[in-house]
Each structure stands twice: as structure tokens, then as C-alpha cells.
Write a protein that binds this ligand. Structure first.
Ligand code: PXP
Length: 252
């Protein structure tokens, strides 16, 4: 059987981080989104944080108007972000936990136990035709809670796997594999991301039920050395090779 296609969503937040360091207009995240599309990205991901430390409201307006690839808007579960998402109707909204002091999204959303709070967000976004994804730890309880809420997608946080030392790596990997399998059983589309690099992407790409990876910081950082298109093409190729070889192993 042909392996399922693995989409690459390129997160362009850190193009805006560099732009904002000088407060001007360069480098332009929309230009980066267009370059990502030309290099083979399947989608663009942008996180409008409450403190607007990278993406701005105007970036989101421009991304919805100027790019053709599907936009995945990462957002905290707040009324302000809900209104913004409902105004722009991106292809997908990924609900993430957000803390002011963190440098990045440090963990997954605690969906289990917060269903009552999250339900109106899932309902309203889905009602507007936006695919709702919940960014969770690779934990079966969280997958099941996301399913009970009626989300269409779960995105598994790969940060702990990417940062694990070699003794802990296989345990972290098994958790992702198990959570992805449970998502599949429940009919949830499964994505993954956070902290992925050229070294860590292959194993995650080899999990056949994961259909999208969202990758940002490493690609933008690597583009300093070889250009954005080249870093995306290399990532794409590593993903494709790993998926094809995992499918070959499963069928033999
Ligand atoms: N997926 C989600 C939900 C995220 O919040 C982030 C980081 O913004 C990523 C993927 C990408 O992580 P990284 O920038 O480490 O590749």
C-alpha cells in the first residue's frame, strides 16, 4: 500500500522575530511564506501570541489575503483570539497553551480536565468551518479528551522527544507512536511538531499515521546558512525518504 502523504507546515514566526528586532518591515514573513510555498511546503503556520512578540495582527491579515497555501493559525484559547480567528477564517486553528514568560510553547494543552472550558472554542471554530487542532502531549488521556471534545485534529508535541538524551529517547518515541495510533483508532487526524531538526525528523516521519509535521525554529535558523528554500527542500526530502522507507519495511 502507498504510504500516506506527509505534509510539511512551515512555521514562519521567527521571520517576524527577526523583523521585530529592528521594528521595521524586513524580513517580511509573507515573503517567507511565498518562498516556503515555492520550496514545497504544504501549509503555513503562524502563531499570533497574546503579547504579539513575533506575528502581528497585520501579518495574519496579509497571510490570509496574500498566500494560497492553507494557513494554520496557532492561538491560545482566549476570547480575543477566537474573535480574530472567526474574522479571518484560516484553514485551521491549532489551540495551544500560552504562558507569557515562556520562550516557546513549552508543553501541550491540558485538554483532559479542561473540556468544559475548551468546548465553546472547538464548537465556534468548527462551526465557522475552521479545522480545529489541539496541541497536546503524546499522552493517550489527552488524545481521548481531544476526541471527546469533537476536535478534528491532534498535534502531538515532539519537544520532549527532540530534547531527550539517548537513554530516554526510545521511551519518548514510543509515547508518540502510541498516541498517534490511538488518534488513528478514534478517527482523529494526527499531526506532530516542535523542536524537529534534520536529525530528529526522520523517526517521526516514519510513523505512518502522522500526516503533517509543523516545523519552524530550526528551518528559519538553518536558512541563515543555506537559504530558506534549501533548508525546506532538505527537510522535505528527509521526510519523504523516511516515509517511503518505513512503508517499505512495513510491507516486507
Ligand atoms: N507546532 C506548534 C503547535 C507550535 O506551537 C510550534 C512552535 O510555535 C511548532 C509546531 C513548531 O515548533 P518549532 O518552531 O520548534 O519547530
Amino acid at each position: 500500500m502507498e504510504p500516506r502523504y506527509l505534509r510539511l507546515g512551515v512555521n514562519i514566526d521567527h521571520v517576524a522575530t527577526i523583523r521585530n528586532a529592528r521594528g521595521g518591515v524586513h524580513p517580511d514573513p509573507v515573503r517567507a511564506a511565498l518562498a516556503a510555498a515555492a520550496a514545497g511546503a504544504d501549509g503555513i503556520t503562524a502563531h499570533l501570541r497574546e503579547d504579539r512578540r513575533h506575528m502581528t495582527d497585520n501579518d495574519i491579515v496579509r497571510l490570509t489575503e496574500e498566500i494560497e497555501l492553507p494557513l494554520n493559525l496557532e492561538m491560545a484559547a482566549t476570547d480575543e483570539m477566537l474573535q480574530i480567528a472567526l474574522r479571518h477564517v484560516p484553514h485551521a486553528a491549532c489551540i495551544v497553551p500560552e504562558k507569557r514568560q515562556e520562550q516557546t510553547t513549552e508543553g501541550g494543552l491540558a485538554v483532559a480536565g479542561a473540556q468544559e472550558f475548551l468546548a465553546p472554542f472547538v464548537r465556534e471554530l468548527s462551526g465557522a468551518g475552521i479545522r480545529v487542532s489541539l496541541f497536546i502531549e503524546p499522552d493517550i488521556r489527552q488524545v481521548e479528551a481531544a476526541h471527546s471534545l469533537g476536535a478534528s485534529v491532534v498535534e502531538l508535541h515532539t519537544g520532549a522527544y527532540c530534547e531527550a538524551d539517548k537513554d530516554d529517547r526510545s521511551r519518548q518515541f514510543t509515547q508518540i507512536e502510541t498516541a498517534a495510533a490511538r488518534a488513528e483508532e478514534l478517527g482523529l487526524e494526527c499531526h506532530a511538531g516542535h523542536g524537529l531538526t534534520f536529525d530528529t525528523v526522520a523517526s517521526i516521519a516514519g510513523i505512518p499515521t502522522i500526516v503533517e509535521l509543523n516545523i519552524g525554529h530550526f528551518l528559519i535558523g538553518e536558512s541563515i546558512f543555506g537559504g530558506l528554500e534549501s533548508s525546506i527542500k532538505r527537510m522535505r526530502s528527509l521526510m519523504d525518504k523516511s516515509r517511503a522507507s518505513a512503508a517499505g519495511q512495513n510491507s516486507s
